[in-house]
Structure formats: structure tokens, C-alpha cells
Ligand binder design. Structure first.
Ligand code: B1M
Length: 218
């Protein structure tokens, strides 16, 4: 199986909510020496997008989405074993991450957290459905350089704008840079709410975070 075929098979395994197949393909990807991040982005995430489209059209239902996401998590766990060891010597920066309150989608945010760790960030992952005040408190406690929020729904992305305001109210907005992401979030939204960074996927999130951390060190 070549790289392209594996990507397509990985996406298909997610659409079929076939965990065994998804995991088997993840192992094959590592054996073939493929880039785990590329396989996640172009294979499994592509499958999740298709599941989302089918769900929106009423062609699959919530239980199937749950099973598909479990298959994705299991495959990503395997692929993460193929990532280089997290940098322990140096700290690229401190990042606080979480999914906005009211939103339980956390697969993508988890991938972003893992990659940031691999690239040397000290990551405080607050999880999902995170109250906005918890982001603010964690930034204060850790002196974070970056606070990143993920939102997957139009109803929860507005929380990212409120978070900007809460950071200002707490007198922290000039001390911490903000990053936003998640399926419904765009560069346009990031600009509109005054966020410092936006990324479409986890790889881009790491690039942006590194750039942001560098500008903060001066
Ligand atoms: Co739900 N869901 N879901 N869901 N779900 C969406 C988001 C939806 C778009 C599906 C659809 O209708 N097409 C839709 C939202 C519609 C909208 O608002 N526009 C939706 C809905 C409606 C719902 C429920 C309300 C359904 C219901 O109950 N009737 C409910 C919500 C409950 C709640 O949150 N209160 C619900 C529930 C669920 C499950 C629990 C079943 C499951 C989540 C499991 C979990 O996360 N643990 C689920 C899933 C799996 C999805 C879809 C199908 C896939 C999401 C996913 O994991 N993608 C999704 C459809 C879609 O996204 N197209 C959908 C893979 C993941 C790797 O991508 O998270 O985008 P993503 O992360 C990427 C990038 O976005 C980026 O990097 C990641 C890796 O490359 N990124 C960042 C993410 N965060 C970042 C942060 C950054 C930077 C980049 O900086 C800080």
C-alpha cells in the first residue's frame, strides 16, 4: 500500500467507524515510516470531516459519530508513538490550552497539545468544556506566553471573543498572546475578535506558536 492509498483507507476506516481497521492502518503507517502528523491530517481527520458532513445531512446519527471518534482517538494514540520524544531540555514557551465552555469536542485540541509538547512547549491542557475564567486563572498562575482555545461549534466560538475581553479585564492581555482554532474558526474570525494567531491544523498551530513565542522573547 502506498502513502496515498493508506490515507484514503484511513479516511474510509473512520467513515466506516471501524476501529480495528483504523488502528491496523496506523500501525502500517508507522511501519512504512510515514509522517504521523501528515497521516492524521490528510487521512483520519479527512475521514472525520466526511463523518461530520454525513451527520449534517442526516445520513449518520450521533452514536455512529461517537464510534467514529473513538476509532480516530485509538488511531491517533498509535500514531503519537511515532512522534519524536518531547524536548525536555529547553522550553519553547508556556501554553495554556482548552476547548471553550459548552463544547465537548477535544480530539483536535488534544493533537495540538501533543504536537506543542513535542516541539518543546510546557503545555497546560485544561481539557474540554472549560469555563472561561479557568483559562484566565491558569494564565495568571503559570505566566503563560500563549493561551489557545479550540471551538468546534458556532455556538461556542463566541466564547473565544469573551475570553479576549476577560483577559483584558484581568489586566493580562498585554502579557499573553491568544491563539484560536477548531473546525468553525477562521482567520477572519481571529482578526475580528483580535486574537493574535489562528491555525487551520495542528502542524500550523505549532508553527504559529513558535513564531509567537519568539516575538515575545524579543
Ligand atoms: Co460534533 N459537531 N457535536 N461531535 N462533531 C461537529 C463540530 C459539527 C460541525 C458536525 C456537523 O453538523 N457537520 C457540528 C457543529 C455545527 C456547528 O456549530 N457549526 C457538531 C454538533 C452539532 C454536535 C452536537 C451538538 C450534536 C448533538 O448532540 N446533537 C454535539 C455537541 C455537544 C457539545 O459539545 N456540547 C456533538 C458531539 C460530538 C461527539 C461527542 C459525538 C464527537 C466529539 C468527540 C470528541 O471530540 N471527544 C463529535 C465529532 C467527532 C464531530 C465531528 C464529526 C468531527 C470533529 C473532529 O474531531 N474532527 C465534527 C464535524 C467536523 O468537524 N467537520 C462535529 C477531527 C479533528 C482532528 O479536527 O477538531 O477540527 P478538529 O481539529 C483540527 C483543527 O481544527 C485544528 O487542529 C486540529 C488538528 O488538525 N485545531 C486547532 C483545533 N483546535 C485548535 C486550536 C488551535 C489551533 C488549531 O489553537 C489553539
Amino acid at each position: 500500500m502506498n502513502e496515498q492509498e493508506l490515507m484514503e483507507a484511513a479516511a474510509a476506516a473512520i467513515v466506516a467507524a471501524d476501529e480495528e481497521k483504523a488502528v491496523d492502518l496506523a500501525r502500517q503507517a508507522l511501519e512504512l515510516g510515514l509522517d504521523p502528523v501528515k497521516v492524521i491530517n490528510l487521512g483520519y481527520s479527512e475521514g472525520m470531516k466526511q463523518v461530520g458532513d454525513l451527520f449534517e445531512r442526516g445520513q449518520v446519527f450521533l452514536p455512529e459519530v461517537i464510534i467514529a471518534s473513538e476509532a480516530m482517538v485509538a488511531a491517533v494514540d498509535i500514531l503519537e508513538e511515532g512522534l519524536p520524544e518531547a524536548e525536555k531540555e529547553k522550553t519553547a514557551g508556556i501554553a495554556v490550552l482548552g476547548t471553550i465552555e459548552g463544547d465537548v469536542h477535544d480530539i483536535g485540541k488534544g493533537i495540538v497539545a501533543t504536537l506543542l509538547r513535542v516541539y518543546g512547549f510546557e503545555v497546560h491542557d485544561l481539557g474540554r468544556d472549560v469555563p472561561l475564567d479557568d483559562f484566565v486563572a491558569k494564565v495568571k498562575e503559570t505566566g503563560a506566553h500563549i493561551v489557545g482555545s479550540s471551538a468546534l461549534m458556532t455556538t461556542t466560538m463566541v466564547g473565544q471573543r469573551t475570553l479576549e475581553q476577560k483577559l483584558k479585564d484581568a489586566g493580562l492581555r498585554d502579557k499573553v498572546k491568544t491563539m484560536v482554532g477548531g473546525a468553525v474558526v477562521t482567520q477572519h474570525w481571529a482578526d475580528k475578535i483580535g486574537a493574535d494567531g489562528y491555525a487551520e491544523d495542528a502542524q500550523e498551530a505549532v508553527q504559529k506558536a513558535i513564531e509567537i513565542a519568539e516575538t515575545m522573547r524579543g
